[in-house]
Design a protein around this ligand. Structure first.
Ligand code: SAH
Length: 266
């Protein structure tokens, strides 16, 4: 099966998220106005480009920056260039979606910086299988953005979020994209997902003082876990399972993530 065929509707073709039904909020009205004015130029003005074309252009500029920052993996760059990051943010922040920064998603959490999303997936793909990933686990779904990127490089993506409202937000964000190979779960990702383990790759989107051993036990042999580790000073670590009882660890670069917390929250 090709990557493209796994999406009944191509992400790139989605353009702006269509709000069907539901209650129109002032934000919806503002966005509608912005979209209308983008499509219907003022008399005498140059015809404006549709919003989706604007976001395609700024997204490809983002990917160029990520490549310049050192991400080389073409498959990861291709994935980053099709997932519409602006649709994972509230309308007021959508215009900042393609800057290289983490941004608030509510509940004191953030959508990760695009560079680090790409970098972690590239490192996970640096496995001995030439990057082939059957089943991957993400701990910390947040708004669902990284799960959508992962869906382009792995056959099956499982993502766990401990804050129920964010789990619901990710479901709402991903639903219109109709991505068939993502499964979202509400729960404590520090426990992993024993029902579906083992995983060829695991990514933690939140930083703990150490990586839970339970997660390391849920890696396939040859599988890689990529995680930020630390409190105020954090580093990105990659841990590879080399045999049943052995793991190797390498420390990559400094990073900054929200904390990994045990248990669940409403
Ligand atoms: N992957 C997201 C990043 C979300 S921020 C993106 O695409 O941008 C990290 C998320 O990890 C937060 O939503 C936080 O609630 C969640 N988190 C922290 N500890 C967790 C745990 N033990 N299990 C599951 N999620 C956790």
């Amino acid at each position: 099966m090709t990557q493209g065929k796994r999406f009944p509707l191509s992400l790139a073709s989605l353009g702006e998220r269509a709000k069907t039904g539901g209650v129109a909020t002032p934000q919806t009205a503002t966005r509608n106005r912005a979209q209308t004015s983008a499509r219907q130029p003022m008399p005498g003005a140059e015809p404006a480009r549709p919003m989706s074309m604007v976001s395609d252009a700024v997204r490809s500029a983002m990917v160029t920056r990520i490549a310049r920052q050192g991400v080389r993996d073409e498959k990861v760059l291709a994935a980053m260039s099709v997932v519409p990051r602006h649709l994972f943010l509230e309308p007021g922040l959508a215009s900042q979606a393609y800057i290289d920064a983490s941004l608030p998603i509510g509940h004191h959490q953030t959508i990760s910086q695009p560079y680090i999303v790409a970098r972690m997936i590239e490192v996970m793909r640096g496995n001995r299988n030439g990057g082939a990933l059957e089943r991957v686990l993400e701990v910390g779904t947040g708004c669902g953005y990284q799960a959508a990127v992962l869906s382009r490089v792995a056959t099956e993506v499982y993502s766990i979020e401990r804050i129920r409202a964010l789990h619901e937000l990710a479901k709402a964000n991903l639903r219109p994209m109709r991505i068939p190979n993502i499964r979202l779960h509400y729960g404590d990702g520090m426990l992993g997902f024993p029902q579906v383990a083992p995983f060829d790759g695991i990514i933690l989107a939140a930083a703990g003082m150490e990586v839970p051993q339970t997660l390391l036990e849920q890696l396939t042999i040859g599988g890689r876990l990529v995680a930020p580790v630390g409190a105020r000073h954090q580093v990105l670590k990659v841990i590879e399972r080399v045999s049943n009882e052995e793991w190797t660890t390498a420390t990559l670069e400094d990073c900054h993530f929200v904390p990994l917390r045990p248990g669940t929250a409403a």
